[in-house]
Design a protein around this ligand. Structure first.
Ligand code: SAM
Length: 473
């Protein structure tokens, strides 16, 4: 039944294959010889398949787990350096016709405040986000063909890209909306989106159907095959994810990697990003009613294993995670984080008060401002990056992967990160953050291996201090 190249959900995410994988992992979780062989394969930067990675996930030998962490850190450093790309979610509308039992947008929830931004309100949100310093957004919406049709989403994307407030600009809009048709994906592609993100929620078909009892999202195959349609529609950067807490994490982990293997096998390019959201408290939602929550150590192990299994896939952590958890997993392979996020509709321009009926999707655990997050990252030796160059230079899909595989990050992404950080420091940072950042930029320029690139980047950074903007390699 299992066929990585099949276009049928139940064949490329075969339940039978996952169950066999879990049995194989259990049988081998103390097989040191096999574990060492798998770790050695990962050390050669060849990635791991779902079976190999599942053995490592099942293994609970302390010394081997430490090896996994060390390797994840090394791979992160080699391919991504110390850059962390920054983004923010922008909630457009929480109208939704689905019945997802874990999401407060579900149709039966009558006490959440339903809101949909007008184009004027979208503009206000974008100005508020630009004023913080954001350059990259992920737009979010519930599924509602009447209230949030594709035309509405496209209009919002146009509005977002059109706003140039002071030195601000949103240069990349990623999109997280419900599974849709090839035709609609083509429209999103033509509108100039970055990554199309869709979380699988769970790869277990039976659970999926129970967790999505009503509405268009109930259709497991339509949802699971969405990325193939997106790629058929011309989008070659897609972002996967599961919502940890809904089903058994080992099942989800195997499914996630099978999905990545499927995209690589069929389209020649794996997922651009993987997100690792965990279920959170929300209006009408108590995460404790779900049995499959994972602790922070398991979460960290999952992050490390994603890093070593798919070295060229970016990994995203949202503000669902606290500062402490973010600190724990950042070195293990995370490449993107959100900062200063609001999950309420219209929450950037007009934050909701405690007394107000909420429109938020879930409680965030990291409530710091973007300046605080940038400052914190730099103090830990990371470079906060506002870079959007790859997609604007047409380096999407396999072209980005090539850059990554050839380890050209230090000659390309690294200077781009420094230049966009410089823009942030000039336009938005507090004096303390600016001071730390300028020192960091000076040090980091020294790491650029190619002397020509180094000289040009240094010159551009001086130009930015003189008021010029938007340089990139
Ligand atoms: N409506 C779109 C869809 O159906 O895919 C996507 C937008 S939704 C705003 C983004 C994601 O939030 C969902 O895919 C889900 O994984 C996540 N989410 C929903 N309820 C959540 C909760 N209580 N805690 C954490 N994340 C949640």
């Amino acid at each position: 039944m299992y066929d990585v190249k099949s276009l049928k959900a139940e064949e490329f995410i075969s339940d039978e294959e996952i169950l066999e994988t879990l049995a194989y992992a259990d049988a081998n979780k103390e097989n040191v010889e096999l574990i060492d062989a798998i770790l050695n394969k990962a050390r050669e930067r060849k990635g791991l398949n779902h079976r190999e990675a599942s053995v490592l996930l099942a293994c609970d030998m302390e010394d081997k787990i430490q090896e996994m962490y060390d390797l994840a850190k090394q791979i992160k450093e080699d391919y991504y350096g110390n850059r962390i790309v920054m983004f923010a979610p922008l909630y457009l509308s929480n109208y939704c016709v689905n019945g997802c039992v874990y999401c407060p947008y579900h149709l039966k929830n009558k006490h959440i405040a339903r809101k949909k931004l007008t184009q004027e309100e979208v503009a206000k949100e974008v100005i508020a986000l630009q004023d913080m310093g954001h350059k990259r957004l992920a737009i979010e919406a519930g599924e509602d063909p009447v209230n949030n049709p594709i035309e509405y989403i496209l209009e919002c994307i146009d509005t977002i890209y059109s706003i140039k407030h002071k030195n601000g600009a949103i240069r990349r809009v990623n999109v997280n909306i419900a599974a849709t048709t090839v035709e609609n994906y083509r429209k999103l592609h033509d509108a100039g989106i970055g990554t199309y993100i869709l979380f699988q929620e769970t790869y277990n078909k039976k659970s999926y159907e129970e967790l999505h009892p009503t509405g268009p999202k109930h259709d497991y195959a339509y949802h699971t095959e969405a990325m193939d349609r997106a790629m058929e529609g011309g989008i070659d950067d897609v972002g996967l994810g599961v919502l940890f807490g809904l089903e058994l994490y080992r099942y989800e982990f195997a499914g996630l990697l099978m999905h990545a293997e499927h995209l690589e096998a069929v389209h020649g390019v794996g997922p651009h990003t993987i997100s690792v959201p965990r279920l959170k408290r929300a209006d009408d939602i108590d995460p404790d009613t779900f049995d499959n929550g994972i602790d922070d150590d398991t979460f960290a192990k999952i992050c490390a294993l994603i890093r070593i299994s798919v070295p060229y896939t970016g990994m995203i952590i949202s503000t669902r995670e606290s500062q402490a958890v973010r600190e724990k997993v950042l070195p293990l392979g995370v490449s993107q984080i959100s900062g200063a996020s609001r999950t309420s509709v219209g929450g950037y321009a007009e934050p909701e008060t405690e007394e107000e009926v909420t429109s938020a999707q879930f409680d965030v655990s990291d409530n710091r401002t973007l300046d605080e997050v940038v400052n914190w990252l730099m103090k830990m030796g990371h470079i906060p990056s506002f870079c959007t160059a790859c997609y604007r230079e047409g380096r999407t899909g396999d072209r980005f992967m090539t850059l990554c595989k050839n380890m050209q990050i230090l000659n390309c992404c690294h200077p781009n990160a420094l230049m966009t950080l410089k823009e942030y420091l000039e336009d938005y940072a507090s004096p303390e953050t600016k001071e730390i950042g300028n020192k960091l930029i000076e040090q980091e320029l020294e790491k650029i291996p190619n002397p020509k690139v180094k000289a040009t980047a240094t010159e551009y950074i001086h130009n930015i201090a003189d008021g010029k903007r938007d340089f990139r390699f």
